[in-house]
Design a protein around this ligand. Structure first.
Ligand SMILES: [Zn+2]
Length: 492
């Protein structure tokens, strides 16, 4: 029945989008007062500098994020007002998409922040539960400009607190320089501690009871942060915040979901069966997410180059774990073997560049698995070429230093491939595996470092060769093989 209407609706929608492009300013500052009531927020907002706000008739919200669709459906009870505070008529074009009859200057609306059913959404979109919640201005405030800054204040339920790393301009208002990068944690009964790591400050918030003690978590986080700061030769943020919380509903043992946005790391996790496993899991989560404070959050690179920052986050985290004696070398090889099995079994293998474009439409596993394998291959090819010098940190440092937040914005894929291409030995990897879709054939490279690859029942297994020559021993030591031996001797 609704079919004949569809083209008209579609045309209106496209037109609204065109309008939006013309009327949206490059930058805009708004004020927002956010009141929390049960699982809803009531938001009142206005433009702070109304002279910038001419011809703004589009009132719209983020529709989807990280594979979570239909976010606009949470918005209701919208009112728009002109400069005299008079209500303005508007049309609803779609969920989260409104078109006003005249310019508006102020607004109010309700957002239903009931906990999403999909557990994988919980670190990526705003929600409110009984005792805690996460508020992301990026999906909660209207999209009014390419970049929106905001003064935000919260009206909280009794005994609740709010944590955010944004500066406060007064006792009430947080100054948010970019709403897309901000996160606020709200709730009660959590522990908070600010730790100094060199001249940087890490604010750690832990909610819920854990097998791992708060002190162990604080120490782990600061140790990993310091490790990466040294590796990259600098950092992008004066202050970062890490939130560690339990899921607001029952989930399987070991399930976790995390996101790093701006300088905010959010980790929702369940426990493992034993404390040692829980501690190891926390190490893994922090190694991966803290890496993201540098890539992609600490660089000014644009576009979908997820294969790089996810693949290298996994690999750097794995290598860091060996270096810090948190896992055995055998575990390191097992993980790489599993990634190889996943990549080999893909029925439709696409290049990493294409997989990154399609990350939320089914190519996510490949971005991670193949991305990590490419990072490993780059590491061992550089090791061979540099005769055992640990060259991977060097290349990561080069990319970070060249493309820090203060540098000019560039396309991520070309910036990274440029750095890789300056090393001739990486040419084949770029052609076959990053731009190309070839099966990862790594036996020759593995031979040089003394590792062999076998396939058993479609699963790839890596192991250290039983007879090693001097060169192989040296290269393996650089990869952390010796660490494992030291580790196992000391734990006997
Ligand atoms: Zn990641």
């Amino acid at each position: 029945m609704s079919k004949p209407l569809k083209p008209i609706y579609y045309a209106a929608f496209v037109f609204a989008l065109i309008l939006q492009t013309f009327s949206n300013a490059a930058a805009q500052t708004v004020e927002a007062k956010i009141k929390i009531t049960d699982s809803n927020v009531f938001v009142k907002g206005k433009f702070i500098d109304a002279t910038n706000a001419k011809n703004v008739t589009n009132f719209s919200f983020l529709k989807s994020y990280a594979g979570n669709e239909n976010l606009g459906a949470r918005i209701s009870e919208v009112s728009l007002f002109d400069q005299n505070g008079q209500a303005i008529n508007y049309k609803k074009l779609a969920d989260g998409e409104f078109l006003a009859e005249n310019d508006f200057r102020a607004w109010s609306y309700k957002a239903d922040l009931t906990v999403p059913k999909n557990v994988s959404a919980l670190a990526h979109v705003s929600w409110l539960a009984e005792e805690q919640g996460i508020l992301m201005p990026g999906d909660l405030l209207p999209e009014l400009a390419e970049k929106t800054s905001a003064k935000i204040m919260f009206e909280l339920p009794k005994d609740w607190r709010v944590a955010g790393i944004e500066k406060k301009s007064s006792t009430e208002f947080f100054e948010v320089s970019d709403v897309e990068k901000a996160i606020f944690y709200v709730g009660k009964n959590w522990r908070e501690k600010e730790i100094a790591v060199g001249t940087a400050k890490l604010n750690l918030i832990i909610s819920g009871e854990w097998q791992v003690s708060d002190d162990e978590a604080f120490q782990t986080a600061s140790g990993i942060f310091a490790f990466y700061e040294k590796l990259f030769g600098g950092r992008a943020f004066e202050k970062a915040q890490i939130f560690l919380g339990k899921f607001p509903r029952e989930v399987k043992t070991g399930r976790w979901e995390a996101e790093t946005r701006g300088a905010n790391i959010t980790i929702f996790s369940s426990e493992m069966n034993f404390k040692t496993q829980s501690l190891q899991r926390l190490h893994e989560q922090l190694r991966h997410e803290i890496f993201h404070l540098w890539f992609p959050n600490g660089v000014n690179l644009a576009g979908n180059y997820d294969w790089f920052y996810e693949g290298f986050a996994l690999y750097a985290s794995l290598k860091t774990a060996v270096a810090m004696n948190q896992i055995r070398f055998e575990d390191f090889l097992d993980t790489l073997g599993r990634a190889h099995s996943i990549d080999t079994l893909q029925s439709q293998r696409v290049s990493l560049i294409d997989a990154s474009k399609n990350r939320w439409n089914g190519a996510n596993t490949q971005v991670y698995a193949r991305g990590m394998l490419v990072a490993f291959l780059i590491d061992i090819v550089l090791l061979q070429k540099s005769k055992g010098k640990d060259a991977l940190p060097e290349i990561l440092r080069e990319i970070y230093q060249k493309h820090k937040l203060s540098a000019q914005r560039q396309d991520g894929n070309s910036a990274i491939l440029n750095v890789f291409q300056s090393r001739r030995e990486l040419q084949t990897i770029i052609e076959k595996y990053i731009n190309g879709t070839e099966n990862i054939g790594w036996q020759t490279d593995l031979d040089v470092i003394g590792i062999e690859s076998a396939t058993d029942n479609f699963a790839t297994k890596l192991s250290v060769k039983s007879k090693l020559n001097g060169r192989q021993k040296d290269l393996l030591d650089k990869l952390g093989y010796n660490n494992w031996r030291k580790n196992s001797e000391s734990s006997k």
